[in-house]
Write a protein that binds this ligand. Structure first.
Ligand code: FES
Length: 102
């Protein structure tokens, strides 16, 4: 069974050490922006604030399922492309959410 469409935004934050984390690079705001853009497009694809996706050096990291497609070093300029990818992944505008979600 194919994975359900989903956008996973890493919101991991580190409190020490030298390794960067996505939350330090603004991923919480990106998650909200992606979520708002999906809703504005009429897409039911959920946005999950996720744990580390092991792309810390190139964060913020955003993964679109199914695929998966991993976007790295995401900025506000990438939101439209992420939304378009998520819609193609199966959560298109006007799509009906799975009955299990209701
Ligand atoms: S902290 Fe975001 S990918 Fe590791």
């Amino acid at each position: 069974m194919p994975a359900k469409p989903e956008v996973m935004v890493c919101v991991n934050r580190r409190f020490g050490g030298t390794k960067p984390s996505c939350a330090e690079r603004g991923s919480l705001a990106l998650a909200s922006a992606i979520e708002a853009a999906l809703r504005a497009a009429g897409s039911p694809v959920p946005v999950t604030r996720s744990v580390c996706q092991n792309a810390c050096e190139q964060g913020p990291a955003v993964r679109v399922l199914p695929g998966p497609v991993l976007f790295r070093a995401v900025s506000a300029d990438d939101v439209a492309q992420i939304v378009a990818t998520a819609i193609v992944a199966g959560g298109g505008a006007g799509a009906v959410p799975d009955s299990a979600d209701q």
